[in-house]
Design a binder for this molecule. Structure first.
Ligand SMILES: O=C(CO)[C@H](O)[C@H](O)COP(=O)(O)O
Length: 224
């Protein structure tokens, strides 16, 4: 079986009747959404908040009832993928461009479960470029300020020859660090910059990391 699928389907075991859940974005989250759809068809009662337009569409296709934050309050569980996971459960996310809603949803969940195949486990974050979501208005100035602070190479994210635009109408800059020895340091530098909406560092947010291994087993790692 696909490693992403075994991790994602394991995570779905945490979902119980009556829960409100956050649905992540990406090819790993897809398998969780698909499985939840099957369980809903079989009678599971849940309501979900999607983290992107594409996930909302998938949830509708799979017949998963949707809700809003206003209605749901704090979510019971969110299941989402990640681009990198370090040994402290810190993450880089946003490869799919949904980092802002993903972070909001994860931050408002009692339990945040991250599902990955083992290739996403790293000793230190930073091989995967760090996505930074910026407001399009005067984004060149924001970019200059970020560059001054981060001193790392970056590329504006493109799609079909145009700047990639997020579900929130913003741009993404992908920063190549190679290695991020102190994710909190980078987070602090980015958090106070006007024009930066959000970044893909998810620090101290994941409660459980579920890993699909090449030998077909699945590891459930819980934050101590
Ligand atoms: O953060 C994300 C989307 O914004 C995804 O969770 C991340 O990119 C991992 O994607 P995949 O499961 O397809 O490898």
């Amino acid at each position: 079986m696909n490693l992403k699928q075994i991790a994602a389907e394991k995570a779905v075991e945490w979902i119980k009747d009556g829960m409100t859940i956050g649905l992540g974005t990406g090819s790993t989250a897809f398998f969780a959404i698909q499985k939840i759809g099957e369980l809903v068809k079989a009678g599971l009662q849940v309501k979900a908040v999607p983290t992107s337009g594409s996930t909302e569409q998938l949830a509708r296709e799979f017949g998963i009832p949707l809700t809003t934050f206003a209605e749901a309050g704090k979510l019971d569980i969110t299941i989402d993928g990640a681009d990198e996971v370090d040994s402290q459960f810190n993450l880089i996310k946003g490869g799919g461009g949904a980092l802002l809603r993903e972070k909001i949803v994860a931050a408002h969940s009692k339990t945040f479960i991250v599902v990955v195949d083992e290739s996403k486990l790293v000793p230190t974050l930073g091989t995967f470029p760090l996505p930074v979501e910026v407001i399009p208005f005067a984004y060149e100035w924001t970019m200059e300020e970020i560059n001054e602070r981060l001193q790392a190479d970056f590329k504006p994210r493109m799609k079909d020859g145009q700047k990639f635009v997020t579900d929130n109408g913003n741009y993404i800059l992908d920063y190549s660090f190679g290695t991020i020895p102190s994710p909190t340091d980078v987070q602090e530098k980015l958090n106070c910059l006007t024009g930066v909406v959000e970044h893909g560092l998810f620090i101290d947010m994941a409660d459980i990391v579920i890993v699909g291994r090449a030998d077909g087993t699945v590891d459930v790692l819980e934050r101590s």
